[in-house]
Write a protein that binds this ligand. Structure first.
Ligand code: NAG
Ligand code: NAG
Ligand code: NAG
Length: 329
């Protein structure tokens, strides 16, 4: 739920056609990227000694190969299991689960895959997890296919929390719809929160079960709040947000952008100027293209012992549109 959403609705049709035309190229390019190793050895060792049980649900579309590929071979490799969720009313069963490689799946749900239907798509995916997914998990993250996660920071953040306590984390919006975790850079819930959610998920009194809408984050928030799942604190010791729902360009270069204003006004955590916008233990960014994900992951892996903050990502990047104004840097 943000201003960009409205705009995207308008351009999505054209985009879908463009993507269809590009499919052959994308498939070809895929061969070049897919070998990327995402984590440095310190992180790999940490993860193997103390695994984080995290189930990742990426809402995507069948044609978004490049975004899926980038996630799979960058931050997504940190998820215990990674499910790419697509909709298709043409499948015979309610769900179709296809393994793409170990721990990575495409979950097709029998739901119309239109932009205005992500709430039903998410509902179907969560039903699948509750009824059919065989493995236990401590944390569940619903996230967009254009989000980049600094997995090291997410790992440290969640490892310090108890999954048996109901809580939700992410970009916490304060006012609109009475407060919710905004979609995009990830909505994370503890296992306890998921269990509570599922106890009322099909009850119209608590959840809008049949609504067709793109605001799946708002609707999920309605259900979670109905079972009194509290907002966990997703800010750092200085109160700055760890989950950034707007693009880096809007955040660092364009204070006049509608998204910038919306974020500043709605964020439960104050958004400061320049690099003070964000927690040093930054967890997730939104509106990140596949090539930027690979670039960011390379930086993160190449600086194993550095603080993995926005300054590191932006300072090391040749993507000029991401550079902040001189005054802010
Ligand atoms: C949702 O999108 C579909 C196809 O894009 C359209 O036919 C339908 O009218 C839309 N529904 C609403 C409620 O906007
Ligand atoms: C989720 O699973 C639990 C345990 O099997 C069940 O009691 C609950 O009704 C399920 N919820 C939904 C929404 O299917
Ligand atoms: C930013 O890059 C410059 C030049 O590469 C380097 O000297 C500086 O230490 C970097 N700063 C940070 C915070 O990484």
């Amino acid at each position: 739920m943000n201003p960009t959403g409205r705009f995207i609705t308008a351009v999505l049709g054209g985009f879908a056609i463009a993507v269809a035309l590009l499919c052959v190229t994308v498939n070809f390019k895929k061969l070049h990227f897919s070998s990327y190793i995402p984590f440095d050895r310190f992180m790999l060792q940490k993860m193997s000694e103390k695994p984080l049980e995290l189930l990742c649900l990426v809402l995507t579309q069948r044609s978004h190969f490049d975004q899926q590929d980038a996630i799979m071979f960058t931050w997504g490799a940190g998820c215990t299991d990674l499910l790419f969720i697509v909709g298709n009313v043409g499948i015979s069963d309610s769900y179709q689960l296809i393994e793409r490689k170990p721990h990575v799946y495409t979950l097709t749900v029998k739901v119309e895959d239109t932009y205005n239907n992500t709430w039903q798509k998410l509902r179907a995916a969560l039903h699948f997890v509750n009824s059919t997914w065989p493995k236990k998990f401590d944390w569940l993250m619903r996230i967009d296919d254009d989000a980049f996660v600094i997995f090291e920071n997410l790992y440290d953040f969640l490892m310090a929390k108890d999954p048996r306590t109901p809580a939700m984390f992410g970009a916490h919006y304060n006012h609109y719809a009475g407060g919710y975790i905004g979609t995009g850079p990830g909505i994370i819930m503890s296992r306890a929160a998921f269990t509570d959610l599922m106890s009322v998920f099909d009850q119209k009194k608590y959840c809008r079960t049949t609504l067709r809408t793109h605001d799946d984050d708002v609707e999920l928030g309605v259900c979670l709040k109905a079972v009194k799942v509290p907002f966990g604190d997703s800010s750092d010791s200085k109160g700055r947000p760890r989950f950034i729902p707007i693009s880096l360009h809007d955040l660092l270069n364009d204070p006049q952008a509608p998204n910038h204003g919306f974020f500043k006004q709605e964020s439960a955590y104050p958004v400061g100027e320049g690099f003070d916008c964000c927690a040093d233990e930054l967890i997730a960014l939104h509106y990140v293209k596949a090539e930027e994900m690979r670039h960011f992951q390379r930086i993160v892996s190449a600086h194993p012992l550095a603080q993995k903050n926005l300054r590191l990502l932006v300072n090391q990047t040749a993507i000029t549109r991401l550079r902040p104004n001189a005054a802010n840097s």
